[in-house]
Design a protein around this ligand. Structure first.
Ligand code: ADP
Ligand code: MG
Length: 430
């Protein structure tokens, strides 16, 4: 639409220029002093410029058609369009500015279809993880060359310069990212004034992360929950400035160590249980507890561990039919898979976090997840069926040395019926 209006504006200017060329005067100024900006504007909107009689009928017709616009009729859509753009189908964006349509789709949240060049022609969305990683797009945006012609990249650069977040924080693109998803990326950043380092989760404004922010805020003040320092917004992104956790994900540590001793696992579990109890007491259910969302503060063996990523969190008893399976399969509780919208009446809806703690405990003790694809041919449906049936065992060699009590807790947490599942208060505090 904007493009078409812009064209109309140009044609109007052609009318003014033609008038000036042929008459030596401007159509909307008058002799004398009544030529303030306001008076000219009013004349443009209200008056029809006088067309000198010596102009040929064709020329006067040409000028008046370009200049005499009844703005009210235009607003009421009473004026037939001088031209109608040809559109071959719904997805035809050939009338849009090439500046955008010639961009190749840099990222798509879904599998790119074979006819992407047509389907995505009008898209100019660039995923934050592309924008804030070292690549062609970001180097154009964040380190523009001296070419200051107004291309899209330069326009975006101006926006970044104006962005409050970038005024206060610096990101070094040469350093690797901390983590990413389709609509977000997590990077290290540095406060320009204090030099203090933080992590920043940059989320596209296409995603509303108000809930994530509010629920994380509601859970501040626990030693095992990530600290949210501050939040910024600009036109394209939301920036969650978080304390920087330098010790990596629990998943990496499980892989590196093969497995944890029962003592190590129980120390970690105790912290997680404390954090999850705290969350639940604040009415928040995390719903996405998994080793990727559990981060160590530093590299030491005795490092503290913290829960991150409230992107999937909900308030207890918040009714919401879950249609989109956005959970991570292997850690998802059976009732989440069954999409049983636990109405919350019994207060069992937070129990899905306990199931996830069970999966984490199992994984720490044995070095492998209780529910996983057994072979390349093992389908997601088969894994889901095993989760729903609570089919797992302690047969692996690693379990030979695990105490009966640890197995009892693991089994208690991995109980399919959320009402039968071990509850927070049943968990041993040792
Ligand atoms: N505060 C932090 N410090 C260091 N790394 C972090 C921090 N927060 C997140 N990360 C890393 O970024 C990854 C993605 O962040 P997360 O909040 O889980 O986003 P997503 O919603 O995309 O899963 C995490 O798995 C973790 O590796
Ligand atoms: Mg995550």
């Amino acid at each position: 639409m904007v493009m078409f209006c812009l064209q109309a504006v140009d044609w109007w200017s052609v009318g003014v220029l033609t008038y000036e060329l042929l008459t030596g005067a401007s159509p909307f100024t008058v002799e004398g002093e009544r030529n303030t900006q306001q008076e000219i504007s009013r004349r443009i909107l209200k008056a029809t410029p006088p067309i000198p009689e010596d102009l040929s009928p064709e020329v006067s017709d040409f000028i008046s058609r370009l200049l005499e616009i009844n703005w009210e009729d235009l607003a009421r859509k009473n004026i037939p369009s001088p031209f109608v753009p040809k559109i071959s189908n719904e997805l035809d964006v050939s009338n849009f500015s090439e500046e955008f349509t010639k961009m190749t789709p840099a990222d798509s949240p879904a599998i790119v279809p074979p006819n992407f060049d047509k389907v995505f022609k009008g898209y100019s969305y660039v995923s934050p993880s592309v924008l804030f990683s070292e690549n062609v797009v970001s180097s154009d945006l964040l380190r523009p060359d001296p070419d200051t012609r107004p291309n899209t990249a330069n326009l975006m650069t101006c926006k970044f310069k104006e962005s409050q977040f970038f005024q206060n924080y610096e990101i070094n693109l040469r350093e690797g990212i901390l983590g990413d998803g389709s609509f977000s990326v997590c990077r290290k950043c540095c406060n320009r004034k204090t030099g203090q380092e933080f992590a920043v989760k940059i989320v596209s404004r296409r995603i509303d992360c108000t809930r994530e922010i509010n629920l994380l805020r509601a859970c501040q003040g626990h030693p095992n929950i990530v600290n949210l320092h501050e939040v910024y917004y600009d036109e394209a992104h939301t920036y969650l400035v978080l304390e920087l956790l330098r010790g990596g994900e629990l998943l990496e540590r499980i892989r590196r160590k093969d497995r944890f001793t029962e003592n190590e696992a129980s120390q970690i579990m105790r912290k997680l249980i404390s954090a999850v109890s705290f969350m639940h007491s604040r009415g928040v259910v995390h719903r996405d507890l998994k080793p990727e969302n559990l981060l160590f503060v530093d590299d030491s063996e005795t490092s503290n561990i913290k829960i991150v990523d409230f992107g999937f969190a909900r308030l207890k008893q918040e009714k919401e039919p879950m249609h989109t399976p956005c959970f991570t399969l292997h850690y998802a509780a059976p009732e989440v898979l069954k999409q049983v919208a636990n109405e919350g009446a019994d207060g069992y809806d937070e129990n899905c976090d306990l199931w996830s703690l069970g999966v984490i405990l199992y994984t720490m003790l044995s070095g492998r997840a209780p529910f996983h694809a057994r072979s390349r041919d093992d389908s997601a449906a088969a894994v889901m069926a095993r989760i729903k049936g609570g089919e797992f065992n302690f047969n692996a060699d690693a379990w030979a040395h695990v105490s009966a009590q640890a197995k009892y807790v693991t089994k208690g947490l991995l109980t399919v019926d959320p009402k039968e599942r071990l509850r927070m208060i049943d968990l041993p505090s040792k």
